[in-house]
Design a protein around this ligand. Structure first.
Ligand SMILES: *Cc1c(COP(=O)(O)O)cnc(C)c1O
Length: 337
């Protein structure tokens, strides 16, 4: 099977598993796991932030900043397409009490004007604008630096906190050549995922100021995310940061080749094609297209009414060539079987 469902399906490689086996460990709740500490120091180096904290998942990395800077009676300005709105079961609302205010956006990308329109001053009967959330990449799309800088300026003018959901920030960085540190400078805190394109079994890392991370550690504990000998998983993260960043370029080339084949197919309308993701619509039902490809050994999913193809470590050059061939040879009657 050629698996384009998500970059979360990536498996730890043999070399990664060996690094995990050899990891030194300690009780991380007491700050005594040397491998976890090393991963956090690496994240600080990469993001340019004062301090970092390993969190169980990307969702936890998004929720904690809302617990600290949002809360009951506070608003976060974000895009309607954002992960916190669409894919986290409303946790920022139900667990942190923060109200998401949905700004206008182009497929999840907002401008400073989109943000500024939603900022309001004090009123006794209104919740207060407290923070802004950007997501980079968002549906595979790279946030233009100009937008991020504009949003940061607005936030400073109004004293608002900026949280960046950088689950796939490394995809943006290898594509543009802009460092993660430069992206991170446009936000007050940033979280990135190790468990997606970087190929680890678990974890995200949250980075910000010393004061913020001190509080974040308490929130992580509240959420049941204080873990013990996590060096065994942190070692996978260290391995990924050392070995799996540059190769994301391969995923982007694979996406490019598949996207071209889809554009030429006559039955797919490619709506988004960027970094490691493709979204397409069709005059045929997406479910029947997915089923026809599954019969030929190609797996992908439906998202927001569109076909979604994600390239990752799971997909080799040969898989890509083979998939391009399958797209080219696909008989449209297969979609109405
Ligand atoms: C996957 C993802 C998350 C959440 O990560 P989990 O580890 O699955 O909780 C958050 N934000 C974005 C943009 C993501 O793609």
């Amino acid at each position: 099977m050629k698996d384009f469902r998500s970059d979360t399906f990536t498996q730890p490689t043999e070399a990664m598993r060996k690094a995990m086996y050899a990891a030194e460990t300690g009780d991380d709740v007491y700050g005594e796991d040397p491998t976890a500490q090393k991963l956090q120091r690496m994240a600080e180096e990469i993001t340019g932030k004062e301090e970092s904290l390993i969190v169980s998942s990307g969702c936890m990395g998004n929720l904690i900043p809302h617990m600290i800077k949002g809360g009951r009676g506070k608003e976060v300005i974000c895009a309607p397409e954002s992960h916190i709105v669409r894919h986290e079961i409303g946790a920022v609302v139900s667990l942190s009490g923060t109200l998401p205010v949905l700004a206008r956006s182009d497929n999840g990308i907002m401008t400073r004007e989109d943000i500024e329109k939603n900022i309001h001053g004090y009123a006794y009967d209104m919740s207060e604008t407290a923070m802004i959330e950007t997501e980079n990449t968002t549906s595979g799309l790279i946030y233009p630096m100009e937008n991020l800088r504009g949003i940061k300026e607005v936030s400073e003018k109004h004293g608002l906190w900026v949280h960046m959901d950088g689950a796939r920030i490394f995809n943006a960085s290898v594509e543009t050549g802009i460092s993660v540190k430069d992206y991170a400078e446009t936000a007050d805190d940033i979280t990135f995922c190790l468990s997606k394109g970087l190929g680890c079994p678990a974890f995200s890392v949250l980075s910000s100021t010393r004061e913020f991370i001190r509080e974040a550690k308490r929130c992580r504990k509240i959420l049941g995310g204080g873990m013990r000998q996590i060096g065994i998983l942190a070692a996978a993260g260290i391995y990924a940061l050392e070995n799996n960043i540059a190769r994301l370029k391969d995923d982007h080339e694979h996406r490019e080749a598949i996207s071209r084949a889809l554009e030429e197919s006559g039955w797919a309308d490619v709506r988004i094609s960027s970094t490691n993701m493709i979204f397409f619509t069709s005059r045929y039902p997406i479910a029947s297209i997915i089923e026809a490809f599954r019969r030929k050994g190609v797996l992908f999913l439906e998202d927001a009414g569109m076909g979604r193809i994600v390239t990752s470590l799971n997909v080799t050059d040969e898989d890509t060539d083979e998939t391009v061939r399958i797209i080219k040879e696909m008989d449209e009657t297969e979609f109405s079987r």
